[in-house]
Design a protein around this ligand. Structure first.
Ligand code: SF4
Length: 328
């Protein structure tokens, strides 16, 4: 079946992935492969704007790629590669930076947020982040970028940069990417309040053992108003119930929904049921991960091949870009 276009998406190398990564991005990446030609990039250069050391960068890249592959990214269909392996992106980033107004970059809410987060490290790369992101997207002639509603302005900004470039050099060399609105599930961590993430240590890793998963699930915060087992609970405000709705069979969800409200089920029992269902769901992923991990150099080979295929597209784009710019 003919594909509907080329999708591009990138994520920083954060190492072993957790439930938030899976439900918020990877699951969607896997599904998109059925209809689109997909280019998935591990953006290690972007990571340099915030990381203090590169000591774990390589390992984090491998672990993340391993999780993506085990979750269902098919390297025979999709291009999976590392951003820094295709050097053309640095060149395009430089050219695009010449058609981007500095004031617009410093006005972006994401930049202001970063300044608040790391006031002692407001580096040049941080300001140019959206330009490098635009280079990532357009270098591979991507038609579509899947983003949540809150990220759509970033893609609009990328479109503006593309228009400025095409206008200045009177060319159609760069393609304006379209937004594909995607429902990005905000997964709450085991603390029951913040978004799941490694920095807050409120995450559940996909690749841990079944026993570790049970331990982590037992730590989950439930309905804060329910103090004792004999108190009725409210599943509507409980993160464990939210997770049940994703991973448990419907009859179990219905049972908990009814029994929790009349104190017919305790939170420990409820959590253990969730942990068991989660482990069942993750079994194929964990088996696949172990299999891929046992193949020496498998992930490296996938990433090398991905970079080769990505470079073929990038070289063509850059030839058109240089010609349009009349570069000597
Ligand atoms: Fe949450 Fe389950 Fe406890 Fe109800 S019984 S408060 S749904 S953990």
């Amino acid at each position: 079946m003919a594909k509907k276009g080329r999708v591009f998406s990138g994520a920083r190398p954060t190492g072993k992935q957790h439930l938030g990564n899976y439900l918020g991005a990877i699951k969607n990446y896997v599904a998109l492969q059925n209809d689109y030609e997909c280019v998935y990039c591990i953006v290690d250069v972007h990571a340099l704007t915030t990381v203090e050391t590169t000591q774990d960068l390589k390992q984090n890249t491998i672990e993340m790629a391993l999780d993506w592959l085990a979750a269902g990214i098919r390297p025979e269909d999709s291009i999976l590669f590392v951003q820094s392996h295709v050097k053309e992106v640095m060149e395009l980033h430089t050219y695009l930076s010449m058609v981007t107004q500095f004031g617009k970059l410093t006005d972006l809410p994401t930049f202001k947020e970063k300044v608040r987060q790391q006031p002692d490290n407001i580096n040049y790369g941080l300001v140019g982040y959206p330009v490098l992101m635009t280079a990532d997207i357009v270098l591979y002639k991507s038609d579509i970028v899947p983003v949540g509603i809150d990220q759509a302005p970033h893609i609009e900004f990328a479109r503006e940069i593309v228009r400025s470039f095409n206008y200045r050099y009177n060319t159609k060399a760069l393609v304006e990417p379209q937004v594909k609105h995607t429902e990005i599930l905000k997964v709450v961590g085991i603390d029951g309040k913040d978004k799941m993430g490694k920095s807050l240590n409120n995450h559940i890793e996909l690749a841990v053992t079944a026993e570790e998963t049970v331990k982590r699930v037992r730590e989950m915060v439930t309905d804060p108003a329910r103090q004792r087992k004999t108190d009725p609970g409210n599943p509507d405000v409980c993160n464990v119930f939210t997770m049940h709705k994703i991973f448990s069979p419907q009859e179990e969800i219905d049972m908990i929904n009814t029994e929790c409200r009349k104190a017919g089920i305790g939170c420990v029992d409820c959590k253990l049921r969730f942990a068991s269902n989660l482990n069942k769901n993750l079994e194929p992923f964990r088996a696949k991960r172990a299999e891929l991990e046992s193949k020496t150099d498998y992930v490296n080979d996938v990433l090398i091949d991905g970079a080769k295929r990505a470079r073929t597209i990038a070289e063509k784009t850059m030839a058109e870009v240089r010609e349009a710019m009349k570069m000597p």
